[in-house]
Design a protein around this ligand. Sequence first.
Ligand code: IMP
Ligand code: MG
Length: 182
Amino acid sequence: MERIFGRPIVTQEQMRTRIKDLGRQIASDYANKDLILVGILKGAFAFYADLARAIRIPLRVDFLVVSSYGSRAKTSGKVKMVTDLTENIAGRDVLLVEDIVDSGLTAQHLTKTLSKRKPKSIKVCALLNKPDRRQVTVHVDYVGFEIPDKYVIGYGLDYQQKYRNLPYLAVLDQVDEEGEAT
Ligand code: IMP
Ligand code: MG
């Protein structure tokens, strides 16, 4: 499996340890707040499930399905909300949970769109951060791991919609840069 799926960059053990720490930090920051954890699908599903269970305070769960158009190399900047939230976020403390902040366009777009619904606060938590590829300035409040500019798969992240089920994070050695979709 390792040979086919690329070089491991973050192991399952490292993932577990880091997510526990993030969960503790978020639980303490949101102790007396009305937290709604918004998972950005599909990419965030694995991280989300682990993170939600590491945050030991009462919270609400909800999800958004988005897709972004264009190749990874040439992001069109268009982020489409395929499925909206089911909960009302007005007056609540929203924490967006993303797989990765790359160009930053998805995080920027969703923060702007959801802010119009008057949440009390809105912050971003990403398993991975690739600061080298940023096209817009976005503040990522909680980051699992900063990674270099390499295409990664596993733990929710795909290459052409596959490999999301890989239980660790791996670097894909060759990508054709096409067909990217969130
Ligand atoms: P953005 O460029 O910050 O808007 O990120 C858009 C989406 O691109 C992310 O949510 C991921 O689904 C995807 N993406 C960015 N970098 C990678 C990668 O290295 N592997 C897999 N998906 C990625
Ligand atoms: Mg994707």
